[in-house]
Design a protein around this ligand. Sequence first.
Ligand code: AMO
Ligand code: AMP
Length: 590
Amino acid sequence: MKRRTHNCGELKACDEGARIILQGWVGSRRDFGGLIFFGLRDRFGTTQVTINPELVSSEIAKKASGVRYEYVLEIEGVVAKRPEGQTNKTMATGEIEVIANSLEILNASKPLPFLVEDDVDASEELRLKYRYLDLRRPCLQKILSLRHRTSQIIRNYFSENGFLEVETPFLARSTPEGARDYLVPSRISKGHFYALPQSPQIFKQLLMIAGCDRYFQIVKCFRDEDLRADRQPEFTQVDVETSFLARDDFLEIIDGLFSSIFKELKGVNLKLPLEKMSYEDALNLYGSDRPDRRIPWRLCDLTEGFRGSGFKAFAGVVETGGIIKGLNIGKNELSRKEIGEQEEIAKTFGAKGLAWVRIEGEKWAGPIAKFFGEKEKEAILKNAAASEGDTIFLVADKKKIVNDSLGNIRVMLGKKLGILDESKDDIFWVVDFPLLEYAHEEKRHVAVHHPFTAPHPDDAGLLKTDPGSARSLAYDIILNGSEVGGGSTRIHEGSVQSKIFEILGIEKEEARTKFGFLLDALEYGAPPHGGIALGLDRLVMLLAGTDSIRDVIAFPKTTSATDLMADAPNEVSKAQLGELGILLDKKNCH
Ligand code: AMO
Ligand code: AMP
């Protein structure tokens, strides 16, 4: 093998006449009997290579005609401008071709399970089985590079701002994020297990107590939970923690990070500080704690307008403490069938139905319009800012069901009708999350974020009287309707932490077994501290404009948490299990 002079993405018209050596894969080939053209591809791009049998030895011409897709070639040749009319503006090297003098086959390839090209025609299963071929596709190479650049910007930003990157253990014990743990059996202490961290949460708090002051880490986290398009069992966090910063001073640091990322990767100047919206406003206005505001529609409250209404179904809901909200979708007219589809969506979120009215003069359209008197109409016109021709969806139910159903219809219908403005990015903070939520099955409060989150100082009194309505110092950062990060100011006093465990119904004994080492550490001068974890995969996914998290992970798992290429998880030998003191319950294994 010789040393290449250029990569496959860099030759331009100004290189005309240069003698060059390229190496790469055969991505395309056309054999015209005489002339043979190859698209020679590497990570950097593709260059057209021409083999003219009149200009090379018969031995080389013969070799060239035996070359197939994905063979690895070394080409020596001369750069020529492409003839008039044959330039390709979509290719970085589209002005030139390389006229080969010599060709070496560095390696052959078996016939391929699928062609390596952006518009690949193969199932995702097949592509994941041959992920190394899938990754050769230029669109995935671009994402690998984008992910690298994003990580570099993040590392540089934190380094320049006095943060230390510190690694924390993977062989650890259960952490409090609330998903199931991945367990690792110990050979030395049989019957004992490590838990792979769901996040480095406790370690980073310990680093603050250790005086580290500013920590970050780009780190794998492991959660055994039901997977979705934006969730993987092992994923990467940009984990951050700082000491001696009030909430807004900390958020300003993360604002700066996003500002650098957007500037360097998209050439966009974000307006700082990023906006903050309260959790309460997010739910009231958008029915979601991660609103996508690129869709301008908002929800409105109509509860008072239907108190004592002649439309008994709605009046009854108000009487029993439920709410009524509306979603004005403007002059967009939907067919009965389309409205029916929206009603089915509402029902999947627990709604009993989806009512609608369209404002048409005095007489409104819609099956329930005839039940509306002046009071109901006035509430809709005013609160939904409705005017002639507008269609308004209405749901009456418990607060959560109303918000979930209308909030999701807002997003799905907004996307379907093209209301969503993709040219803009929408990034902002949601703050003042509730501290606790009531888990009906368990009959107790659980932490909305995690049990180390500090209560909102204004709501300290509520902790005694009405803990369920106390707010916390937790925050999420939302990018285009996706939660790309979440964090909080932490509890740094042992006594407050014990009080929260008590409210959460975690016994002293249990708290000691689970988090004893953190509780001990809080007694030795813990500084005020707080932080965040950003989901790096989700962030890159949004930056790359793809809708699958698997596109931004080199070797991802399927939605059933398997690796189709390495065939993991798999069975292990009896001997290996024996060493770990493990006996399988065969009835439970399949
Ligand atoms: P949280 O659980 O909110 O917080 O996680 C932080 C961010 O990580 C991303 N994320 C995921 N990405 C892909 N696949 C998953 N399964 C997955 N789960 C979470 C999300 C999320 O916003 N220790 C706290 C942070 C803190 O308090 O500092 C934590 O882990 O983008
Ligand atoms: P009904 O009186 O049950 O025939 O319902 C009349 C219309 O109101 C139907 O279009 C239902 O989908 C709708 N509807 C009934 N209950 C609710 C509710 N709680 N919220 C929203 N729409 C409802």
